[in-house]
Design a binder for this molecule. Structure first.
Ligand SMILES: Cc1ncc(C[n+]2csc(CCOP(=O)(O)OP(=O)(O)O)c2C)c(N)n1
Ligand code: SF4
Length: 288
């Protein structure tokens, strides 16, 4: 398909248009079901057909998500969703690019890419399903796991201070920062639509409980404070609010107008011009 084949937004899309037909193999009660449902509803509301949307992930239970949608998808290697998504968006700015994954994938092995994606501000949505554990590899602590979280695999807790991804995203320069909860799918869908439509790098942290390894996360539905984040256009104030927050406030925290990449779609020079400018002279060639 060429860029010129892209159609106008299809009328009256429904969440069903975004089902792939594959049945998720997530555990019963996994928060990722709520995220998938919210994402499908958000895409329907946004109005671009599945063939204009690219869903990119790394590895983990949450990173299986692209397979469950009918959009174009790339299920890549652990921690590398954002570099791949950046490449797709730079090569095809006409497509809607959404990167998804877990806290292990995005903040541990992918932590470097997270910082630089915020900084580059390429126009895409990054949705992190944070269950504060590595679900797929059977319950190791992740960078957002509480220091004293006791488990068979880390008795007594790791003793390492978790970091605050929202604070990091703000400091690194993300254009849109919000937090949703898998158990409040409708609110999450609205945040996703807003994030997709906002220019630049939009980051949404989604609290998404892992029932297999953190069953106490059932309690998150009582812990969350709906629509309590609302700073919006002041990065310093948003940073102060997030540092004062215990991690369960939901809603849109921050939106900025920092110019996003890609700024232009046409190349600045032709391939021949680039070759002429950067031609490395080889003495052997001249002698021949
Ligand atoms: C290079 C590499 N290192 C480690 C792994 C093993 N691994 C697979 S998934 C995963 C963690 C997934 O955790 P998270 O991203 O939090 O997703 P969840 O399963 O909790 O949704 C790890 C460490 C891997 N696949 N590749
Ligand atoms: S192990 Fe946890 S994160 Fe993975 S599918 Fe099961 S509940 Fe979801």
């Amino acid at each position: 398909m060429s860029i010129t084949d892209i159609t106008a937004p299809a009328a009256a899309l429904t969440a069903h248009n975004f089902h792939s037909g594959a049945t998720p193999i997530w555990c019963p009660g996994c928060g990722d079901y709520g995220v998938l449902s919210a994402l499908e509803h958000a895409l329907a509301k946004h109005g671009r057909p599945p063939h204009e949307v690219v869903m990119v992930s790394g590895i983990g239970c949450s990173s299986r998500l692209p397979a469950y949608t009918s959009c174009y998808g790339f299920h890549g290697v652990h921690g590398r969703a954002l570099p791949f998504a950046s490449g797709v968006k730079l090569a095809r700015p006409d497509l809607e690019v959404i990167a998804v994954g877990g806290d292990g994938d995005g903040y541990s092995i992918g932590g470097n890419h997270f910082i630089h994606a915020c900084r580059r501000n390429i126009d895409m949505l990054y949705l992190v399903m944070d269950n504060r554990v590595y679900g797929m590899t059977k319950g190791q602590p992740s960078p957002t796991t509480e220091a004293d979280w006791d488990s068979d695999i880390a008795p007594g807790g790791l003793g390492l201070r978790p970091f605050n991804p929202i604070s990091l995203a703000l400091a690194a320069g993300a254009n849109f920062v919000a937090r949703g909860f898998a158990g409040r799918s409708e609110e999450l869908a609205n945040l996703i639509v807003e994030g997709i439509r906002w220019p630049g790098f939009a980051f949404i942290e989604v609290l998404s409980p892992c029932m297999a390894f953190r069953s106490e996360a059932f309690g998150w539905k009582e812990s969350v404070h709906p629509t309590s984040l609302s700073i919006v256009d002041d990065r310093a104030a948003a940073q102060a609010a997030t540092l004062a927050d215990e991690g369960y406030s939901l809603g849109l925290l921050f939106k900025d107008h920092r110019p996003s990449l890609p700024r232009q779609t046409a190349p600045l020079a032709s391939l021949a011009e680039v070759e002429a400018q950067f031609w490395v002279c080889c003495p052997a060639r001249h002698q021949g």
